[in-house]
Design a protein. Structure first.
Length: 152
């Protein structure tokens, strides 16, 4: 699918606020409501729009302690990697898990209530996963930028 300039504008508008009605979007894009609806449906069918989510205020839900945990596996076999990834996916405290190059194998973004909750998570869940050789935790001091908007 070719994404034209109008699609790009529509995607930016949707990423900013998906609760906008097709009528509101149509006014901003100078298109008919039907045209906006059809463009959205096409991008959903093509897999460009993957899902719609609600973003929560971490402070108000008492989950504002953010940790970036670097993990080294004991070996880099396909089996160890697959096992680790299948286990880490199950951890609800882990928001993101990235397989990376460099000194560590993975970087996890973890969100919990506070330092005590992180310690509990580390001791009872994370370090019990198979094939972890070492971990290194970095704690967020201040969030300078956090966006879900991808510039198309």
């Amino acid at each position: 699918m070719i994404i034209d300039a109008t699609d790009k504008k529509l995607l930016l508008l949707l990423q900013s606020d998906t609760k906008q009605t097709t009528k509101e979007l149509s006014l901003k894009l100078n298109l008919s409501v039907t045209a906006v609806y059809e463009r959205i449906k096409k991008m959903e069918r093509e897999g460009i729009i993957v899902k719609y989510v609600a973003l929560l205020d971490k402070v108000k839900i008492q989950k504002s302690f953010v940790v970036f945990c670097h993990i080294k596996l004991i070996q880099h076999t396909k089996e160890f990697i697959a096992k680790f990834e299948s286990q880490v996916i199950q951890l609800k405290e882990v928001l993101e898990c990235h397989h990376v190059s460099g000194d560590y194998d993975y970087i996890l973004k973890i969100i919990v209530k506070d330092m005590e909750a992180y310690r509990e998570f580390l001791v009872t869940k994370l370090t019990t996963l198979d094939h972890i050789g070492s971990t290194h935790s970095t704690f967020m001091i201040n969030e300078v930028k956090n966006t879900t908007v991808i510039n198309v």
